[in-house]
Design a protein around this ligand. Sequence first.
Ligand SMILES: [Zn+2]
Length: 118
Amino acid sequence: MSMFDEIHSEEGIKCNCGEEIHDFQTKDLDNLLEQFILNKNGTIDAEDYTLKSLPKEERNEFGFPFFKKELKGFYKMNLTDTIHCYTNCGHGKCWIDMTLTFVDGTLVNKTIEVSELE
Ligand SMILES: [Zn+2]
């Protein structure tokens, strides 16, 4: 199974339809379906959680999931890296690529590319 993480950008990115986009996917972080928040001030937060094993009677007919995520909060990441994230708009007309470069946990560069889907 191909996994990814989600980045929620506090600042909306306008696509060609005029829709404000806030939620992106990325494969450049943990790829564990985790949530990250890009704050307006350029810092990035990661969710802090514990995995609690689910008793058999709370799993589905195939025996999944084994664990349940219990969110404890978010913490500021001290990230130095470039992350590519992407999404399409709700109209299915635009594809948005966003590249974020962080140094010591602060955003130093952001590029956004909006292209039209066929
Ligand atoms: Zn659009």
